[in-house]
Write a protein that binds this ligand. Structure first.
Ligand code: ATP
Ligand code: MG
Length: 360
């Protein structure tokens, strides 16, 4: 079946593995409940088995179906809840992406603004939502002259319509929903208010018609803001540097993210988009080892494109510029990553606004 190609199988296998691990289900438990050998479970986890029914069987054993991935004949007889594990042949028309990581400084903001800018350069209508009280992406992208009234803080805390908060950025095709500077206290304010983490999803819904891509730049904390973002997202993307501590944070963060993909309790649309490695120093052992290890552990989820280390990135926010305009020679890394994401998620780049045209 054409849509269930190797990449999709590997991603489905990885997601099933994490799903099982995050639920505390062992390989032996899964083998017993599916009536197969432990080695079959292992092959499904690695994406080695070609028939969708193996993946469906495991998803069902874990309480899900892979309905979106299957043809009619394979769907027959399948019931239960739906999870899409990165194998959907046709995605939503607006893609909402949470960019999050457990560790501070793991390039969430740099990655969010460059992906948003990269998608805008592909001609897609983009919105970047800044959920961090540091307001880094807001100050990076919005002209200081622009008056900011309503912010993401009002949206999350008081349920204000997000459309009222949106301002244009300095980048053509990219809007920003700015952060408020008190956002870091939201967690304590919302504690105990049951169900509030679903509110952002409802509030955001009308904006899906206005944008092709909506990205959340998240703070480095697994708090109410990230949960709200994940509950309203189609995809989760984790950037990491090659640093051992960042990777340690990544490993413990992935099951937390996948937890919110539980369709029965949380968000049935949420899929794991992938892991992007950034600040890669050329010809260093650390970068090589980190990529090799990540490739082994998360093969289907790791993006081929990497973002290299360059001090250029550290001056961009001050210039309120993106690498594409500031240093076009170095713009290939984020451009390639944006294209790889677009391919994996199934975006349709609109022609006429690519790099050649913009630089031309
Ligand atoms: N490719 C790169 N090369 C060199 N420096 C980089 C690169 N990408 C990001 N940086 C720098 O790394 C630092 C952290 O990046 P960034 O602010 O994007 O991370 P963050 O995860 O958003 O941080 P926080 O948790 O504080 O929100 C910044 O000083 C940034 O300029
Ligand atoms: Mg940041």
């Amino acid at each position: 079946m054409g849509t269930f190609d190797e990449g999709a199988r590997v991603r489905a296998g990885e997601s099933l593995k994490f799903k099982a691990q995050s639920e505390g289900v062992t390989q032996a438990d899964l083998a017993a409940s599916m009536g197969v050998s432990a080695s079959t479970v292992s092959k499904v986890w690695s994406g080695l088995l070609k028939r969708p029914l193996h993946y469906v069987g495991m998803a069902t054993a874990l309480g899900f179906t892979l309905e979106e991935a299957l043809g009619q004949e394979d769907r027959a007889g399948m019931s239960g809840k739906v999870i899409r594990l990165g194998v959907s042949p046709s995605g939503p028309s607006c893609h909402v992406i949470t960019v999050a990581a457990r560790k501070g400084g793991s390039t969430k903001t740099t990655t969010s603004v460059h992906l948003a800018g990269g998608f805008a350069r592909m001609g897609l209508r983009c919105l970047l939502v800044d959920l961090d009280g540091q307001r880094d992406s807001t100050e990076w992208l919005v002209d200081a002259e622009v008056e900011i009234g309503v912010t993401a803080d009002d949206v999350l805390r008081r349920g204000v319509d997000p459309a009222l908060a949106i301002v244009p950025s300095l980048i053509d095709g990219l809007d920003v929903l700015p952060a408020g500077d008190q956002m870091d206290t939201i967690e304590s304010a919302m504690a105990g208010q049951w169900g509030m983490e679903r509110r952002l999803d409802e509030l955001l819904e009308p904006l899906r018609a206005r944008y092709d891509v909506i990205l959340y730049d998240c703070p480095a904390a697994m708090d109410f803001r990230i949960v709200s973002a994940l509950m309203s997202s189609d995809w989760a993307l984790i950037p990491t540097t090659s640093s051992t501590l960042d990777i340690k944070g990544l490993v413990s963060f992935i099951p937390r993210v996948l937890h919110y993909a539980d369709p029965a309790r949380f968000n049935p649309r949420l899929q794991f988009l992938g892991i992007a490695v950034t600040r890669v120093k050329r010809n260093t052992l650390l970068a090589r080892d980190a990529r090799a290890w990540l490739g082994e552990e998360f093969s289907g989820l790791l993006f081929d494109s990497v973002v290299h280390e360059s001090t250029r990135y550290q001056e961009l926010a001050g210039f309120q510029s993106l690498i594409y305009d500031h240093d076009p020679e170095r713009s290939g890394d984020y451009e390639q990553l944006a294209f790889e994401i677009a391919e994996r998620a199934g975006f349709t780049p609109k022609l006429g606004k690519g790099r050649e045209v913009a630089d031309g």
